[in-house]
Structures are given as C-alpha cells and as structure tokens.
Design a binder for this molecule. Structure first.
Ligand code: HEC
Ligand code: HEC
Length: 419
C-alpha cells in the first residue's frame, strides 16, 4: 500500500472522529473485501444458528385445560371475529389483528374506539411466548383477552356486557355451554362474570394457539445446512429463497451485529425486556414499559397464581408472585419475535420505524435514541453498519416469512351467519 492509499483510507476515519467528538464511534475492523465472497462461522455462531431453526410443537399450557381442545378453538374463532362485543358494535379483535396483514393493522399505533398508545403486534406464533403485550402485562394467553374487551381505547365494553352477549347469542351460547357448562341465569354475580370471562379467554387462547406458521426460506436452509453437518463455511449459493445476501446477513446477525444478544432461539427473541431508548413518536409520550406492568399483573384476578388458572400452584405462579418492579425496567419492552417480521411493519412499540431499513439505521447510528437515565449504561452500542451490511441484514430478516396457518383459521365465521 502506497502513502497515498494510506492517506485516503485514514482521511474519512479522521473526519468521522472529529465530527463526532466527544463521543467518537467505536470503529471496529470490518471483514476485508476478499472475505465477502464466502462466510466462515465461528463456533459460538454455529450454536446460535442451530438454535434458530423452526420452533417445535407448542408447549402445553397447564393453566388452560382447554388450550388444545378443538371445540374451544372453534368457539374462540367466533369470539375473535365478533364485533358485537365492542361498545359501538363495529370493532372485533380482527379489526386490529387482521389475518390478511399477518394479524396486525399496519398502523403505527392502533385505532379502536380511540387512538391507542401502542403498535398492534402480530398474533402469528404468539402462543410460543411466555409474557404477553409489549410490556408483558399478562402472563398467559387466556388472561390477555379480557384486556381489549374492556379497554376504553380498544373495544370499550364492560366484562358483564361481554358475558351477556355470549349468553344471548344462540351461536355462542350453545358452543360455550357445551364446553364450559351452564352460564347461569341473570343477574350474574361478579364471581360468575369473572369465571365466564376466564373461560372466554381460554377459548380465544385455544384459537390463537392454532395461528402457528410453517417453515420459512431460512428454516429450509437451516435444515439442509444441519444435514450437511453444520459446516463452518457457507458456500453462498442461492438456496430456495435464502440468497447469498441473506446468508451474509445471518453471519452479521449472529456475530458483529450483536443482534443475537437478544434475538435468539427459534422465535429470534429471548422473551425478555430491554430498554433500547427509541424516541417516542410524534405526540406520544415515553412509555414506562415493563416497569408499569408488574403491579397490574400481580393484582389481576386472572394471573397464573389466581383461582381461575387451572394449576394455580405452578412454578410459573411462583415466578409471577415473586416479580418486583425495578427501576431498570423503565422503558423496557419485550424483544419482539422476528419470524414474519417483513409482514408486520411499522416497527417498535409505537411504530417508530416504517421499514426494516429504518430499524437497521437506528441500530447502526442510534440516531435520536434517548438515554433513560444518566446513571445507566446504554443497552445498545451503535453498530456503524456499511450499506452492504444493512442490505444483507434486511435480506436475512426478509427470509423469515413462514407459511400461513391453515386457511380455515383465517376466515371470519360470521360472514355466513347472522349475528
Ligand atoms: C384497537 C385495537 C385492538 C383490538 C380491538 C384488539 N387488540 Fe390485541 N393488541 C392491540 C395492541 C395495541 C396490542 C399491544 C398492547 C400492549 O402492548 O399494551 C395488542 C396485543 C395483543 C396480544 C399480545 C400479543 C403479544 O405478542 O404479546 C394478543 C394475544 C392480542 N392482542 C389479542 C387480542 C384479542 C383476542 C382481541 C379481542 C378480544 C384483541 N387483541 C383486540 C390492539 C388491539
Ligand atoms: C439489547 C437487546 C436487543 C438487541 C442487541 C437487538 N434487539 Fe432488536 N429489538 C429489541 C427490543 C426490546 C425491540 C423492541 C423495542 C421497542 O419497541 O422499543 C426490538 C425490535 C426489533 C425489530 C422490530 C420488530 C417489531 O416487530 O417491531 C427488529 C426488526 C429488530 N429488533 C432487529 C434487530 C437486529 C437486526 C439487531 C442487530 C443489529 C437487533 N435487533 C438487536 C431487542 C434487541
């Protein structure tokens, strides 16, 4: 290398360091160009990739003894698409979780009876999670559904009115009573209403457990790669939708990108809560996230240690009872699963980012990030990705789209029946 070359190489680095003082970016060596033609995984990376394959069968949910009962799932589907539960008769769960949009609504934050404060997550593969909602406010899938029914910004009904709707709809009442037994004659006591709400939630959860996706291009590639003995060297040939660019993206994701620190395992999520500090969007205020969720979770009658859980003495119940809100959880949100992520824009809890490219730019530059508390160390380090690395990461994320659940679970059953 001549002196001139050295200068040309160092100049931009020097300029960058100057312009960003005092907090100059950490500049890490990128791989030399010649290595970009092939990729060699390290031992730790091989383990990470092996752990990212298709999730196995859903684990059981002993807190819901109807979790895998087909009649309960069918009733759950009727409940999911029923607009009669909402105060204005127009909003169902499917208004914000639309099957044709991977069970999201495509909006930054939701619009139910009023504008919401958070982005609607996908329900595809949701049953693999352990905490529900962005802040993990619910500890089971069945306890989650009473939230939207009565939330003033979402469906705005009362829980008693929800049960009354089930009791007076011939379609729903027959199914409900054949699964859970008689609802009782009105007026129902608060205890009877709560029991029915728990059962309604268990039917909806049984339905949501059917919304699992099939293999993505990435999963098909992992299977072939494992069959070859999980080789270190990736040959970077086009593989059934898993392109060379996606393979380089996988390499970055599981190494220098540091994505693997939180996006791990079959869902590409650790299921835990982290404060990344993305600035609030527009006129929204910053959201306390996990910090604000502990108290309501622990006092909910529908929590996993409560009397409506089918196994209130479980290990999980003990975990929930022992939760303590901690300052560190302020502004922390559950690491989203990344399966099907290309179909669920916009991204982050307030829909702060419109596209995967915008998300990647955030991780690269940390532009606009707010520090939660000056005593605290930032969770993220800016990654300073090259344009090629960003394109490769995006290609990898786009390879994670799985096949849809069976069609029969995507349809609104009310279209062929009177309400
Ligand atoms: C007005 C829009 C809206 C309606 C109606 C709605 N949801 Fe949601 N849903 C959301 C939003 C927003 C979130 C995230 C809430 C949060 O984090 O606080 C969410 C979260 C969820 C989650 C948790 C997903 C996860 O990954 O943890 C489930 C499950 C869910 N909703 C199911 C339902 C069901 C069942 C109904 C009907 C009873 C319903 N939703 C009605 C907007 C809606
Ligand atoms: C410290 C843990 C952590 C690391 C490291 C991390 N993420 Fe995330 N990721 C999260 C959390 C938490 C969110 C949600 C943040 C929010 O809503 O405020 C998120 C959100 C996302 C989303 C949006 C998903 C959605 O449905 O809204 C994508 C895409 C994503 N991350 C990809 C990546 C990539 C690619 C990397 C590596 C460059 C990475 N993440 C590194 C924890 C992490």
């Amino acid at each position: 290398m001549g002196h001139r070359d050295v200068l040309i190489r160092l100049l931009p680095v020097a300029l960058l360091a100057l312009s960003c003082a005092p907090s100059a970016p950490r500049i890490e060596p990128t791989k030399p160009e010649s290595d970009r033609s092939g990729v060699e995984l390290g031992a730790a990376q091989i383990e990470r990739v092996e752990a990212m394959g298709l999730p196995g069968a859903l684990g059981p949910d002993p807190s819901n003894r109807f979790a895998d009962a087909l009649p309960a799932a069918k009733l759950g589907q009727w409940l999911f698409f029923d607009t009669a539960f909402s105060a204005n008769g127009e909003i169902s769960c499917a208004t914000c979780h639309q099957p044709e949009r991977a069970f999201t609504d495509g909006l930054t934050v939701t619009q139910g009876l009023a504008r919401g404060i958070r982005n609607a997550p996908t329900l595809l593969d949701v049953a693999h999670q352990t905490w529900f909602n962005w802040d993990g406010r619910f500890d089971s899938l069945w306890s989650q559904s009473h939230g939207p029914f009565s939330h003033p910004r979402e469906m705005g009904g009362s829980l008693a009115a929800v049960v009354e709707r089930v009791r007076t709809s011939p379609q729903l009442a027959v199914q409900y009573e054949s699964i859970f037994g008689p609802l009782g004659a009105p007026p129902l006591t608060p205890g009877q209403v709560d029991l029915a709400i728990a059962n309604i939630g268990k039917a909806i959860a049984a339905y949501e457990r059917r919304l699992v996706t099939g293999p993505s291009a990435f999963d098909r590639w992992v299977e072939l790669w494992r069959a070859k003995g999980s080789p270190r060297r990736l040959d970077l040939v086009e593989n059934d939708g898993f392109s060379p660019s996606a393979q380089r993206g996988l390499d970055t994701f599981t190494s220098r990108g540091l994505c693997w620190q939180c996006h791990v395992g079959p869902l590409l999520s650790d299921g835990e809560f982290h404060a990344l500090g993305a600035a609030p969007r527009g006129d929204l205020i910053s959201d306390p996230g996990r910090y604000g969720a502990i108290a309501p979770l622990k006092s909910s009658p529908f929590r996993s240690s409560g009397s409506f859980a089918d196994n209130p003495d479980s290990e999980r119940a003990r975990v929930v009872d022992a939760l303590v809100a901690h300052e560190d959880q302020w502004g922390a949100f559950r690491t989203p699963a990344l399966r099907n992520v290309a179909r669920t824009a916009p991204y982050f809890h307030q829909g702060q980012f419109a596209s995967l490219e915008e998300v990647l730019r955030f991780y690269s530059t940390l532009e606009g990030a707010v520090t939660m508390d000056h005593h605290r160390e930032s969770v993220l380090r800016r990654r300073d990705f090259s344009a090629e690395e960003m394109a490769d990461l995006a290609a990898f994320l786009r390879s994670l789209d799985g096949t849809d659940p069976p069609r029969k679970w995507l349809a609104d059953p009310w279209t062929t029946h009177p309400k």
